[in-house]
Design a protein around this ligand. Structure first.
Ligand code: AMP
Length: 300
């Protein structure tokens, strides 16, 4: 089974109450692809600039992430995001978003990726997400993610994307912002009217909830004492979710529920380190162990 991930690859500057890092590897597609790579090979489509360190390319290759669809622009700088967190680690404060290479990016999906089985449209300009949807054929399952930045700037473009995807993954506060609905169930139903039959709401350290037409599945977050940097938690969750679905090659509800558990397990490793450090050299046995711990946590 093949998985295509499209989204941002970035250089992030992050400050949390526990430290800070400058220009480290980040981006929605980065976290997505790294997390998914523990379940399945990943084909990545994105763009970086001339300033993107070769060591990060090497890191992707080592994790079985295919970079044929990664454009390296000679004339522009890599996308940059700068943000900080205060004591409430669920809320990221953005200081600066530099689109750089993404300003005029027209994705070209390599021919062999166009017939992918599973597609994750990670957080990026919804017009880029639409362009990708035009170029792929016969995909079995498409998930789309976004953030407040695009909800503010391009709500109509986002609605066009939602009309064509199977699942929408979004943060709790962003669902409220997008739907103007404070009740999550009502908000999820409003999104479903736009197209997707599944809405997965990420709720930070409160866990995640999956709304489907006839059912709801809710999971706590893995209880952790040491969260160093929550950047990428949502994208890592998305990567574990789609990675497991692709590995099992099924979108039956019981697989989707397990995919939520794997997503939560891998997100819990991601937030234990700065940037992508928590997703480096993770043995699959540790992910499995956390999956079992979730079974105990929710057994009644
Ligand atoms: P998350 O913490 O899971 O919401 O995602 C954090 C990642 O999103 C960071 O690594 C950023 O580089 C990336 N990011 C932030 N703003 C944007 C944006 N406007 N478009 C695409 N990616 C972004």
């Amino acid at each position: 089974m093949s998985l295509l991930v499209v989204g941002s690859v970035a250089l992030d500057s992050i400050k949390t109450p526990f430290g800070k890092r400058e220009d480290v590897l980040g981006g929605s597609a980065t976290y997505l692809a790294l997390a998914a790579s523990y379940f399945t090979p990943v084909n990545l489509v994105s763009v970086v600039g001339h300033d993107f360190p070769g060591s990060y390319l090497e890191f992707f290759r080592k994790r079985n992430i295919n970079l044929e669809g990664l454009t390296i622009s000679k004339n522009n700088r890599t996308f940059r995001w700068q943000g900080y967190y205060e004591d409430d680690l669920n809320e990221a404060h953005t200081i600066r978003t530099e689109l750089n290479v993404f300003e005029n990016f027209k994705p070209e999906i390599p021919k062999e990726y166009q017939s992918c089985d599973y597609l994750f449209l990670a957080n990026v300009d919804p017009d880029i997400q639409s362009e990708v949807l035009h170029q792929v054929k016969g995909v079995k399952f498409v998930v789309c993610d976004t953030i407040g930045y695009w909800i503010d700037k391009k709500p109509e473009s986002l609605k066009k994307v939602l009309a064509k995807v199977d699942a929408f993954m979004v943060n709790e506060s962003e669902l409220r912002e997008f739907t103007h609905e404070s009740n999550l169930l009502k908000g999820a139903k409003k999104v479903m009217e736009l197209g997707p039959g599944i809405v997965v709401v990420k709720r930070g350290d409160s866990g995640a909830t999956m709304f489907m037409t006839n059912s709801i599945f809710s999971l706590p977050a893995y209880p952790l004492e040491a969260v160093l940097d929550p950047t990428g938690a949502g994208d890592s969750f998305g990567g574990g979710f789609i990675g497991y679905i692709c590995q099992e090659d099924s979108t039956e509800e019981k697989i989707l529920r397990k995919a939520m558990v794997y997503g939560s397990a891998i997100a819990s490793f991601s937030v234990g380190g700065f940037g992508t450090e928590g997703l480096k050299d993770l043995e699959f046995e540790r992910i499995e162990k956390r999956h079992h711990e979730f079974e105990e946590l929710t057994d009644f």
